[in-house]
Design a protein around this ligand. Structure first.
Ligand SMILES: Cc1cc2nc3c(=O)[nH]c(=O)nc-3n(C[C@H](O)[C@H](O)[C@H](O)COP(=O)(O)O)c2cc1C
Length: 451
């Protein structure tokens, strides 16, 4: 079977603001990735339809170009490709550049299905919805030549000739329309294969790191994605100061209870609540920031925390490890000076990010009944919740001692449960409370009035 892939890539990519075929997808252009996928699936040749005057495709691209006048529709591109198909073509794969993250195995499966009796069109199916690319018998695709025909008509005309092929690749549905779609595609190419929710369940805080630096552009990509967290009233009251310099990381560690993983990790990211930009916005419009507002302090702190959690999840999704560092509030004024924070900015928490060198036993969490209440808060279940939390903590301690030789180099008590630990931390005589007694005053000095 002689198969030709047809890539309609004649549009201007106006919503994207760039030529989609030439988008960079983790080091190769979208069209290069797509052509390589076709070749890997045994496609004999690739026809790329480009508008007259479009930018040149990469020189070494193993594809032929069909030129069409600007301003046409996708169906016009397909008609031009149909007219240019070489004699002896048995089948085509219509492969829009939006779907450049589809893998060769999907194309192979489509072509295998197309050879079954009665099949004229094979479409990938992801979660009950068909997508692209579409494999078609030559004679079926030829129907596109009819004036006004569009690809959808070919599929709808005769459902009996259409077969669907289950695919595990969500990119059969993708559109690369907006810059965010492009960034999501790049992240997916760097990412772990787990779904977001699976990734959440895989979370562990990492406290030892390999010396490897983050890849070029990785930090920017992670923070870029993280800042798409929801933000109260669109205030975007956060910022991140990423420290890579060993000396400055050392100073940060000193101010954060001497935690060694801050020095070891290639990046210490200070996640800040940041009203500086809103203060500047007020100034620009002849007004003054109401920095005494406790509500505004809370909004900025929540905003920063949401960004921080997103950042950790994004890092984990790329195979990195991270650990939040609340000890950044031990000496907030000195840390702010060290990082050059302007007034109205404080570090809510830090975060070590890098390639993990440890393999911590997952901590688990207290029973879900202690967190999820249906319709009304259930206080009656508190003893069962504490029992469950205590038991979970003891299991974790035993495993950590037995399988990891302790926690941070020291044996953990196997008898203390969660409730006893919380009582020691936050009950009468709490060192934690004593240690942060100055925090309100320190936050005031940093420009947060707190009501
Ligand atoms: C805001 C915040 C601050 C934290 N501060 C520290 C810290 O200073 N040092 C540290 O080693 N871990 C810190 N952690 C990590 C917690 O100890 C950890 O999330 C918790 O024990 C649960 O373990 P897991 O994340 O591995 O599931 C912090 C976590 C949060 C959310």
């Amino acid at each position: 079977m002689r198969v030709i892939a047809i890539v309609p890539a004649a549009g201007r990519g106006e919503r994207m603001g760039a030529d989609k075929a030439l988008l960079d997808l983790a080091g190769v252009t979208a069209i290069e990735r797509l052509v390589a996928t076709c070749r890997a699936a045994g496609v004999d040749d690739v026809l790329v339809v480009r508008r007259d005057g479009a930018a040149a495709l990469p020189a070494a691209l193993a594809a032929r170009v069909v030129v069409v006048p600007p301003g046409g529709e996708m169906a016009d591109s397909l008609r031009a490709a149909n007219a240019a198909l070489p004699a002896g073509t048995d089948a085509v794969v219509v492969f829009p550049v939006d779907h450049a993250l589809v893998e060769a195995e999907t194309v192979l499966a489509l072509l295998a299905t197309l050879q079954r009796p009665g099949c004229g069109i094979a479409l990938p199916l992801f979660r009950g919805k068909t997508g692209h690319p579409a494999a078609m018998a030559r004679n079926v695709f030829a129907e596109i030549a009819a004036p006004g025909a569009v690809l959808r008509d070919l599929v709808r005309k005769d459902p009996a000739r259409v077969r669907v092929v289950p695919s595990a690749n969500p990119w059969v549905h993708a559109d690369l329309d907006h810059p965010e779609d492009h960034r999501a595609a790049v992240c997916a190419l760097h990412g772990e294969p787990w779904s977001t929710v699976a990734q959440m369940f895989r979370h562990r805080s990492h406290r030892a790191y390999k010396p490897d630096a983050l890849a070029a552009g990785q930090l920017e990509r992670l923070v870029d994605a993280a800042r798409y967290a929801s933000t109260s009233s669109f205030i975007q009251a956060y910022s991140v100061v990423a420290v890579r310099d060993a000396r400055v990381k050392g100073e940060c560690a000193r101010l954060c209870a001497g935690q060694a993983h801050i020095v070891q990790a290639p990046v210490f990211a200070a996640v800040c609540a940041d009203l500086h930009k809103i203060a500047a916005a007020c100034g620009r419009h002849g007004s003054e920031l109401q920095a005494q507002s406790f509500e505004l302090f809370l909004q900025a702190t929540v905003d920063a925390a949401l960004l921080g959690q997103n950042l950790q999840l994004a890092a984990e999704a790329e195979g990195l490890g991270a650990c939040m560092i609340g000890a950044a509030r031990n000496h907030p004024v000195q840390l702010a000076e060290l990082l050059g924070l302007p007034k109205h900015v404080y570090v809510v928490f830090g975060m070590t990010i890098g390639v993990p060198a440890d393999d911590p036993i997952p901590r688990g969490r207290m029973p879900l009944a202690g967190v999820l209440h249906l319709e009304r808060y259930d206080t009656a279940g508190i003893d069962a919740v504490l029992d469950g939390a205590d038991a979970g903590m003891r299991v974790w301690s035993k495993r950590t001692n037995a399988e990891r030789g302790g926690y941070q180099g020291r044996p953990v008590s196997e008898t203390k449960g969660w409730s006893e630990r919380m009582a020691a931390m936050w009950g009468g005589g709490s060192d934690y409370v004593a240690a942060r007694q100055a925090l309100v005053d320190e936050l005031r000095r940093l420009g947060f009035g707190l009501g």
